[in-house]
Design a protein around this ligand. Sequence first.
Ligand code: SF4
Length: 415
Amino acid sequence: MAVDKNWREKELSLKEVINKYPDVSPFIIIKTDAQRRGVDYTEAALSRVDVNVHQTVTRSFAVERSDQVDHSPFSLLLRDGTSILTGRDMVEGYRDPLVVDVVDDKIMILDDGEPLEEVFYWEKPDFYDKFTSSGKPMWHIAWARPLRIDLNPNQYCQFWETPGHGCKYCAIAATYKKSDKEQFVDLQDIDETVHEALKQPGRFTSIFLTGGTILDGEQLLDAEVEQYIQILKRVGRNFNGKRFPSQLIGTAFNKQQLQRIYDETGLMSYTADIEVLNEELFDWICPGKAAKIGYQEWKDRLYQAVDVFGRGYVNTGLVAGVEMATPKGFQTEEESLGRILEEAEELAKHGVSAVACVWNVAPGSMFFKQRTPSLEYYVKLSKGLDALRRKYHIHIDMDNYRRCGNHPDTDLSRV
Ligand code: SF4
């Protein structure tokens, strides 16, 4: 999609949104817009990348082929510790991206030529330069956020095996087909990589797992459950079998499967992403999830997960903004916010936290020609989700700005 040259005339600017919402940290508003519009780097900004120090796109899960070289920074930090998770695959959107440049010898993020804030490139963890005993570079096995070890043990999702069942905003199938990575990451390699990563003093505070859905098994999803149990058992050896700071984003497992994970591993928190908080839109946007599990059952499984893991330890992720995708999405931002927050409140009453990821229109997804909502919409949504957590006394420590850093709404929990 080509950039609409007049898009700035159709919505409040970043500066105007910052001024209109003095109760929301400007760092979080900048982050939200960067994740919505993407970020581009000038040559001067790229010249400040030191591959010996910084985490680059080449050494990340975002790289499709192991021989691909892209030394742009993988993501950014603001000076208050707010992370901006951004890639370089959003620059052809409806709006032009924010720009990272060097101004007065500082690396700054700019909008429309105006410097907004100093930014810092994420540092590379020590384990990225090490190898497993099977000879694989450890950065192939795990990647890192500033304080979190991330594992993606399955690079594919079985919903795509049935035509029309993939989620419409998701590019996992297109990415996997272009990739030279193996579908499954080897268990022994994971074991050795996590053990090595944990040796770095002061770096990591939690471990995170996610991967594509595996429908197989005696009961639906048993194979996915078994995969995570085996990994968590291995990782748990580093913690003497005790419960350890960890999060799993999996498919919506049934109560028996959830109980098994809780009993057999040290997993601390569980997330099953419902993606969009409206049944009709869920059926349209996530047809595989709708066909195999269903919207109401997905919610029931989240409630059952609270019985197993406890309040504050069960979340559900939203691809915030897809609820306004055309032609079936909500027509106005006002209606959309009202309907989404109403459903989020129902979840909160049951102890489940809804956390939003800013939808960026991914190339290779069915929604690649769609347009994301305004920045103001995202600010209002973040405030609404944060307010619900406060109203229902649900803490978000396992998904906050330090452990995850991907959700503007959970960033608000630090104030
Ligand atoms: S469940 Fe949906 S969003 Fe998740 S990997 Fe599969 S298709 Fe993509």
